[in-house]
Design a protein around this ligand. Structure first.
Ligand SMILES: CC(=O)SCCNC(=O)CCNC(=O)[C@H](O)C(C)(C)COP(=O)(O)OP(=O)(O)OC[C@H]1O[C@@H](n2cnc3c(N)ncnc32)[C@H](O)[C@@H]1OP(=O)(O)O
Ligand SMILES: CC(=O)C(=O)O
Length: 553
């Protein structure tokens, strides 16, 4: 007998899509599925054919268009309706028609749900499970049974929940997944229930299972904040199949984050769960899925978040300089992530040295320089600057200390901006209220500067003063520095730092700029929002020119 491989079962395309605000098209699903296969999951649940028209179409196209290296497709659906026959139930037939080799049936295993939600008898509830599983097995399908509300049901009436699981196994189900549908379980409850169920049903522990053995699975939701812990507890207690979603998408507070689960199992328990070394691609894949779902990745997500290995405190950096393991639970490359140093008022010299290394500057052995930069950063942060969100401004500061001079591509003589509403302008209606007149405001900016051996005076128009300044600066500089044509301001964040000062408050402006390939962030601070934005904008242009390799003219 060969050992049964551990099952990693992804339900991003089905339960993940049940997340509020998520709406996956067929094309989105067809684009996500290959990423899940690349990650190395064994099962990809594509949706509920027969119930959701897009899912029916997904299975139709997937059968023709997708070829997986690691995964098989699973079609999800429910057991037959009460009082019907499985082969007559159109939704059960749609599961067969989907041509998915695996069918996952949601089945009621809490007798209270059978009586109150299905409005049928406990006996008919069990027959619905056995008939449907037996029919699908007869149709040549591998069957997984998702025993809905299993933990709640078992804690209230263990005999019925066990009978539901036994009915599924006896009819030929390969896996019975114990579902914490309401997500309220705690890890020690999960340990107790899984252990008792295994013993009652004669299911071997996952680590001892061989082909043909009954297997238990775990399907966790995160309502109690314990989804990962509950899934790990279930595996430790003997489950050999885990279900979850990439990025923890799902109903309410989400399903368990499958990447966190497999990273813990592989890196902490030494269990082989994914095919083909996909864990090292996990960060890229999780972010690529987030691009398709159009939900911004969560920076503090375990393992794959942008902040998962970002270090801010100076003391952490000083130890990391000796050995990164001193302040990291794993090597970030194991999940395809990177260590990053954040520079802020909490930085020490070690933070600056490591940040310098990250940016390509070897600052080792330059104690005085490190002290000067650390002091400048702390002083500037006390005045409102923030460098952990503005790497480009930090690099300009560092270069200034390294070279003793600030790189200048142009010398600004003056700048000015005006905002006005023009009566009679297209779309302007003088009869409107004040709020609508504000909507017609236009901005104009003038910059006077010296570049390329000339004095240049340019104006720019925009929908706001910063946009107008950006336009004017661009017009003034592009002829001398053509690289600027590719620069685009993509984000602009304003924060009032001492709000109790009212209109006298200090303002911080963060600007993000791209050249189409890379993006960089800069910071400016001032009593006036436009002044702060101007400072940030100038840093953005200087940094962009520096990295474009422009020669000052
Ligand atoms: C825990 C989970 O997340 S399970 C996945 C849930 N996902 C979804 O619900 C998304 C897709 N769902 C849908 O498109 C629709 O809800 C459908 C097509 C499934 C059902 O819609 P409708 O046919 O309009 O039925 P309606 O919502 O009124 O009632 C559901 C029916 O399913 C029955 N049912 C519910 N659970 C089960 C089950 N596990 N097994 C068999 N029948 C079930 C109910 O008893 C009810 O039957 P009735 O029509 O005889 O009263
Ligand atoms: C099956 C499922 O999605 C649940 O019980 O949560």
């Amino acid at each position: 007998m060969t050992a049964t491989p551990f099952h990693v079962y992804d339900t991003t395309l089905r339960d993940g899509a049940q997340q509020e605000g998520m709406n996956l098209s067929v094309a989105d699903k067809l684009a996500i599925a290959p990423l899940l296969d690349e990650l190395g999951v064994g099962f990809i649940e594509g949706g509920w054919p027969g119930a959701v028209p897009k899912d029916t179409e997904f299975f139709r196209r997937a059968a023709k268009e997708l070829r997986f290296s690691n995964a098989v497709l699973a079609a999800f659906g429910s057991t037959r309706k009460a009082g019907t026959r499985a082969w007559d139930d159109p939704q059960v037939r749609a599961l067969v028609d989907s041509e998915a080799p695996v069918v996952t049936l949601v089945a009621k295993s809490d007798v209270r749900h059978v009586e109150r939600a299905l409005r049928t008898t406990p006996e008919e509830g069990l027959a619905m499970i056995s008939d449907t599983v037996a029919f699908l097995v007869g149709e040549g399908r591998r069957v997984v049974v998702d025993a809905e509300h299993f933990f709640d049901g078992y804690r209230s009436d263990p005999a019925y929940s066990l009978a539901a699981a036994e009915a599924a196994f006896a009819a030929g189900a390969e896996v019975v997944t114990l579902c914490d549908t309401n997500g309220g379980m705690l890890p020690h409850w999960v340990t107790d229930v899984v252990t008792e169920v295994r013993e009652s049903l004669g299911v071997p522990h996952g680590r001892d299972a061989v082909a043909g053995d009954r297997l238990l699975g775990m399907h966790a939701h995160n309502d109690s904040g314990c989804a990962v812990a509950n899934t790990l507890a279930a595996v430790a207690a003997g489950c050999a199949h885990v279900q979850g979603t990439v990025n923890g998408y799902g109903e309410r507070t989400g399903n368990v984050d499958l990447v966190t689960v497999v990273a813990n199992l592989e890196l902490k328990h030494g269990l082989r769960t994914l095919a083909g070394g996909g864990l090292e691609e996990a960060t890229r894949i999780a972010h690529a899925v987030a691009e398709i779902t159009n939900i911004s990745p969560y920076a503090r997500q375990p393992y794959v978040g942008a902040s998962a290995f970002a270090h801010k405190a100076g003391l952490h950096a000083s130890a990391i300089k000796v050995d990164p393991d001193l302040y990291q639970h794993i090597d970030p490359t194991a999940v395809g992530n990177d260590m990053r140093m954040l520079v802020s008022d909490m930085a020490g010299r070690a933070s600056i040295e490591l940040k310098g290394r990250e940016l390509g500057y070897d600052l080792s052995g330059q104690g005085d320089l490190l002290t000067r930069v650390t002091t400048r950063v702390k002083d500037a942060e006390a005045r409102g600057y923030t460098y952990d969100a503005a790497d480009a401004s930090f690099e300009l500061l560092l270069r200034e200390e390294l070279t003793g001079t600030r790189q200048t591509y142009f010398r600004v003589e003056s700048w000015r901006t005006i905002v006005e509403t023009v009566a009679g302008a297209p779309g302007h209606d003088t009869a409107h209220d004040a709020a609508s007149r504000d909507a017609d405001a236009v901005a104009e900016a003038t910059v006077k500067l010296h570049a390329g051996g000339e004095r240049v005076v340019e104006t720019g128009e925009g929908n706001g003063p910063v946009n107008a300044l950006d336009q004017a600066l661009r017009s003034a500089l592009t002829r001398v520095y053509p690289a600027i044509e590719k620069f685009e301001l993509i984000d602009f964040k304003v924060r009032i730092l001492d709000a109790q000062q009212g209109t006298d408050a200090t303002t911080r402006v963060l600007v993000e700029t791209t050249d189409g390939q890379h993006s960089w962030s800069t910071v400016g601070v001032g009593p006036n929002v436009i002044e702060a934005a101007w400072e940030s904008l100038i840093d953005a242009y200087v940094y962009g020119l520096l990295h474009a390799g422009a020669e000052p003219r």
